[in-house]
Each structure stands twice: as C-alpha cells, then as structure tokens.
Design a protein around this ligand. Structure first.
Ligand SMILES: CC(C)=CCC/C(C)=C/CC/C(C)=C/C=C/C(C)=C/C=C/C=C(C)/C=C/C=C(C)/C=C/C=C(C)/C=C/CC(C)(C)O
Ligand SMILES: C[S@@+](CC[C@H](N)C(=O)[O-])C[C@H]1O[C@@H](n2cnc3c(N)ncnc32)[C@H](O)[C@@H]1O
Length: 377
C-alpha cells in the first residue's frame, strides 16, 4: 500500500515491522520452537534472553562466593557443604544452594562424594590480580543499578560517585590513605591492561614515555620491564605521587624516572617525552575535559610524537557488551565520564591535531582497547 505523503523511511520501518510482529507473536514462537529448521534458533534465543534476565542473580551469586572467601577455601582442596556452612555461619542447606549455583556457573565442580571443588574458571578468578577486589566494590555499582531508570534520568546521588573522589577534583580533600586505596584497586587491575596494551602497541621506537594519570606507576613498571632503555615520566595528582614513588623505587626504576605532581586541568604538562600515554583516563571525564586534555597533550609532544590511549571502549557502530553495557553504565553512575568508541576517541584526537590514527584489534575488549596517533611533523 502507498499512502500519499508517506516517507520512504516510514515505509521501510513498516516493511521491517512485519518480521518483528511475527517473532513477537506467541503462536509463531510456539510453532518455531517445534519446527526442525527454526527450533535451534528459537531455543538458543530463549536461553540467551534468560541469561540476560538472570544476569543480576548470577553476579550476586559470584558476590556471595567472593564475600565468603569460598574460592580461597576450595583452592586448598575439595570440601563438603557442612564444613563450608559452619565456616560461613549459615545453614547447610543454604550453603548447598550456593555451591550448586557456583557449580552451575562453572566456578565449582560437584563431586560424586558430595564435596565441591574449584573448577577451572573459579581457579582463574584467583589468578586475575584485583578481580576479587573489583567484585567486592561492585556493591556500590549494584546499589546504583537498583533503579536503572532513575540512574538514566540522572536523579539522585550515586554510590560510585562517592567511590572515586579524585575524578571530581576532590583530591585536595582526600586523605592520603583513601588515595592509596583507590590507587591500589586501579594498580591491581592494571596487570592485565598493561599486558594487553603491550600486545597491541609496540614501544620500540619510543625513547621517553610520559604516562599521564599514571596512578601508582603499574603501567610504567610493566612497560619498563619490556623496554629497558626507555626513559619514564609519570604525571598525576599530588596525592597519588607517593604511591608511584614507592612502587617505581621498589622496581629499581628511579634512575630512569621523573615524577610530576599536578593536575592536567590546571597545570601545564611536562615536555620532553616523545610518547604520551593516557591509560584508563579519558573515560573518567566529559568531552570538554577530554578536548582540553588532548590539546595539552598535543602541545606537549614534539612533531612526530605519539599518543597512546588505552581503556575499555564502547562499540560504536557495532555495540559491544563490555563497553556498551558494563562500562557505559559504570561511567554513567560515576557521573562525570563516558565509555567512548574508538571512532569517537579518534575524532577527538583528530580535532586536537593528531593524525595517522591506528586502532589495533583488542584481544580482550573487557580489559582494554587501544588507539595510537601521531602529531604531524
Ligand atoms: C592444565 C590443564 C589440565 C588445563 C589447562 C587448560 C587451560 C589452558 C586453561 C586456561 C585457564 C586460564 C589461564 C584462564 C585465564 C583467565 C583469565 C585471565 C581471565 C580474566 C578475566 C578478567 C576479567 C573478568 C576482568 C574484569 C575486569 C573488570 C571487571 C574491570 C573493571 C574496571 C573498572 C570498574 C575500572 C574503573 C575505573 C574508573 C573509575 C572507570 O576509572
Ligand atoms: C582510572 S585511574 C587510571 C590509573 C592508571 N592509568 C591505570 O590505568 O591504572 C585515573 C587516574 O587519573 C588520575 N587523574 C584524575 N584526574 C586527574 C587530573 N586532573 N590530573 C592528573 N591526573 C588525574 C587519577 O589520580 C588516577 O590515577
């Protein structure tokens, strides 16, 4: 049917609409779930939808497992629900439910004798530096996600906004002890980030690397270990510098290193480095702050100097689970930043004067993606 004044896009939407209406029809669903050529798709879709529906229960089961230290207890060997229940101060039948849930999630293995052992994925969690601490701090994120519509509407304060005070320029009021705790959480999770950045970005041609927002220096330490001739500089808020000094001194890097306390909002960036890195920095900030920071980075680099940006990124034209679900809502709850796609970061870098933009394929987008670009010579 053609309707006078009908817009082509409206016609296209209606054409697409019949497929949607068919799939949303319970009678079609019943038929498709039995018909040999469609039942595989229907069942798979059903299971995947259910996984989304119960996602929050899965992560809360994981949270209980971490809170009760079950991964560590089972790392010593298989254990019976009775023993673990007594340890956790709960009824045996409740502990059995938790263990069974952990086994269903592939974290534990249920043995014939009724005891539970750690499965491969449960053991792997123990080996990921900082992952348990990250899971523990999710109590704040979980509280913010309790009313997702209120979060989307920007109503009310969020727990995560209080969790990372440095982002809000509250560093001046931050106790050194508190600053150390945040830096530790970031530093622990830096292990995997550094591994993946080093896989994606070669530093062979760099002579001097300045890591801006470098935290307690975990990234610099990892790069330094791989590139022994590289000079190192780190720029971060004054409260964070003592942690960097401690770590990098312990790593024996003082001879190759300069530490710069300061804020990239108000202070000039140090010059002299031919490579600057921004690791998990941009996604904490809004576009205006990022634009100003990239302009400062551009000014601080010599012609031909290189910028490396690494952080979890959104998928842009191809939506991506870690970037567009977890990190998009995480940064929304923090209130100041956003997860950006590599294409958007590239656009901001181009606007700051950078060229030769490269976006390597990330092996683990949930850990980090990366982008490099060059100041025109
Ligand atoms: C030996 C035999 C018999 C068989 C061997 C079989 C075999 C090859 C097994 C391999 C097992 C193995 C080694 C597995 C390894 C698994 C790994 C490395 C898993 C890693 C998982 C990492 C995860 C889940 C990382 C999660 C990271 C998160 C949640 C990060 C969150 C970061 C946040 C919130 C940052 C916030 C910063 C802010 C505030 C936005 O700036
Ligand atoms: C998410 S952490 C990332 C730390 C480290 N690059 C990493 O990946 O582990 C962000 C870092 O940016 C620093 N930062 C935030 N605002 C800053 C500012 N205005 N000037 C300098 N550093 C800042 C924080 O202190 C923190 O160390």
């Amino acid at each position: 049917m053609t309707v006078a004044g009908d817009l082509p896009e409206r016609r296209e939407r209606r054409r697409g609409g019949w497929v949607t209406r068919l799939i949303a029809n319970p009678r079609f669903q019943q038929w498709a779930s039995g018909f040999p050529l469609t039942r595989g798709i229907a069942r798979r879709d059903g299971a995947e939808i259910f996984d989304i529906v119960q996602g929050f229960v899965q992560s809360q089961v994981l949270s209980a497992i971490v809170e009760l230290d079950l991964l560590h207890h089972l790392a010593d060997g298989p254990e019976a629900p009775t023993v673990l229940a007594r340890r956790a101060g709960m009824a045996e039948d409740r502990m059995a439910i938790l263990l069974q849930a952990g086994a269903a999630l592939g974290l534990f293995k249920r043995r014939r004798d009724g005891r539970f052992a750690l499965a491969r994925k449960g053991a792997a969690i123990l080996g990921v530096p900082g992952l348990e601490a990250m899971i523990r701090h999710h109590s704040a994120f979980y509280a913010d996600m309790a009313d997702p519509v209120a979060l989307l509407r920007g109503q009310g304060d969020t727990e995560l906004a209080r969790f990372w005070p440095y982002v809000f320029g509250a560093a001046a009021e931050m106790e050194p002890e508190v600053a150390r705790r945040y830096s530790d959480l970031m530093a622990q999770s830096q292990g995997l980030v550094a591994q993946d950045v080093l896989r994606m970005v070669p530093f062979r041609e760099s002579r001097h690397l300045l890591d801006i927002g470098g935290g307690s220096g975990a990234f610099l330490a990892a790069v330094a270990a791989r590139y022994p001739d590289l000079r190192l500089s780190l720029f971060d808020l004054p409260e964070v510098i003592p942690a960097a000094q401690g770590r990098l001194t312990q790593a024996g890097l003082t001879g190759r290193l300069t530490l710069f306390p300061g804020s990239f909002r108000s202070d000039p960036l140090p010059e002299g480095a031919d490579t600057i890195s921004l690791i998990r920095v941009l996604y904490d900030h809004d576009d205006a702050t990022v634009t100003a920071l990239l302009a400062k980075v551009h000014a601080a680099l010599p012609p031909g100097g290189r910028l490396i940006v690494a952080e979890p990124m959104a998928g842009g034209a191809s939506p991506e689970r870690a970037g567009d679900v977890y990190f998009a809502f995480y940064t929304m709850a923090m209130g100041t930043g956003r997860a950006r796609s590599a294409a958007r970061i590239a656009e901001l870098c181009r606007a700051a004067g950078f060229a030769d933009i490269r976006i390597p394929r990330s092996p683990r987008p949930f850990v980090t993606s990366a982008l490099s670009c060059v100041k025109n010579g």
